[in-house]
Design a protein around this ligand. Sequence first.
Ligand code: AMP
Ligand code: MG
Length: 421
Amino acid sequence: MTKADFLPVQEALAKVLALFQTLPTETVPLDQSAGRILAEDVIANDSLPPFDNSGMDGYALKAADTSGANDRNPVSLRVIGEVAAGSVFDGTLRRGEAVRIMTGAPIPDGADAVIRIEDTGENYGDSQRPLPDLVSIKAEVGPANAIRYAGSDLRAGQKILSAGRKIRPQEVGVLASLGVPQVPVYRRPKVGILATGDELIPVEEELVPGKIRNSNGYAQAAQIEALGAEAIRLGVAKDTPEDLRDKLQAGIDANVDLFISSAGVSVGVYDVVTDVLQKGGNINFWKVRMRPGKPLAVGLYGGIPYLGLPGNPVSAMVSFERFARPAILKMAGAKNLDRPTRTVIFREPIRSDGRETYVRAIIKRHPDGSLTAISTGDQGSHVMTSLVKANGLVIIPEGMREVPPDTELQAIMTDWPNEVF
Ligand code: AMP
Ligand code: MG
């Protein structure tokens, strides 16, 4: 095999993404919308706040009436009533008058400011206290003081959320404020996960010589669920064509939108996976110019997109990150398929074999805003702790073999917030 048979990562990714389409939309109750991806822009029907209201417990008044007031020279205003949150003051406030007001209550007509209770002669701890006839004002306030104006958060007609963004708790809150009980979202992708290999035993079993626990199946389910997609656990297929076909059939029966398997994708060696996939589907076996994660099986099995990732746990996770994650997000309707990347200064000298290399790294932010990175140590593709210690993947670009210390490189910030926007 010559170099020409290797696919650069970006080319491989473009070919993978071409297999996927955004799933149809559905409507879910607001209560179940967190974590889903919004399928339509949201235009505000109402302004928020819907009416001018008080930001404090205190007295609504005309700011001009507080002119010159201080602790030693308070101004006395006539209290003409009171307004609590949830009700409306009936009447118009005039010069020399005040209305006792609670946080969130509408500003009475005629008032242009609120003074907080602490700046009056009244005791703010005592809400049961009967309304006084007069209130002494001990500070000067300007117009608009402690008023939260209608539309100061958002205005009716304004686009407040865009399709393709993940709904977080704060978006749930905004949708509730705007009176959206049913939310249009994309259907969640269903991803069938299949581990393959006679050496694999489930997590609850004792280790015996020659066997290892199926870690990829569990890690992949977690990667899928972290994206808000549904993981369908198809178990472990033994290295026989029958078992593999049966497990894949279970995925077809479960209506999965995508198969993700691990192991058995290296070409050259006879492997039951290659054989079954080539017969039952239209699958290509690629070598991607990346490290870890060189072998990849990509295509359709029973008409369903299929991504066969390498078996080594680090390779499986990194190639999931690079190919499966964007594919799932594309199906899920997410606008942004990429993790945030940042420029980091890689502290140590490091080598690569010329493939695009994903160094598991510890990235630190410094007070001046700069980011530095070091490797997590042994970068073997079986070394799971290299990922456990990492908070990002630093990329050594294709063709760069020697990386001197303090080289600026790009890092995929795998543990950085806001990745789905
Ligand atoms: P293979 O592609 O079958 O040659 O597997 C490559 C390496 O990955 C071998 O050391 C396997 O034992 C290991 N491996 C394969 N599948 C899994 C899995 N599900 N969990 C953990 N290790 C695995
Ligand atoms: Mg195997």
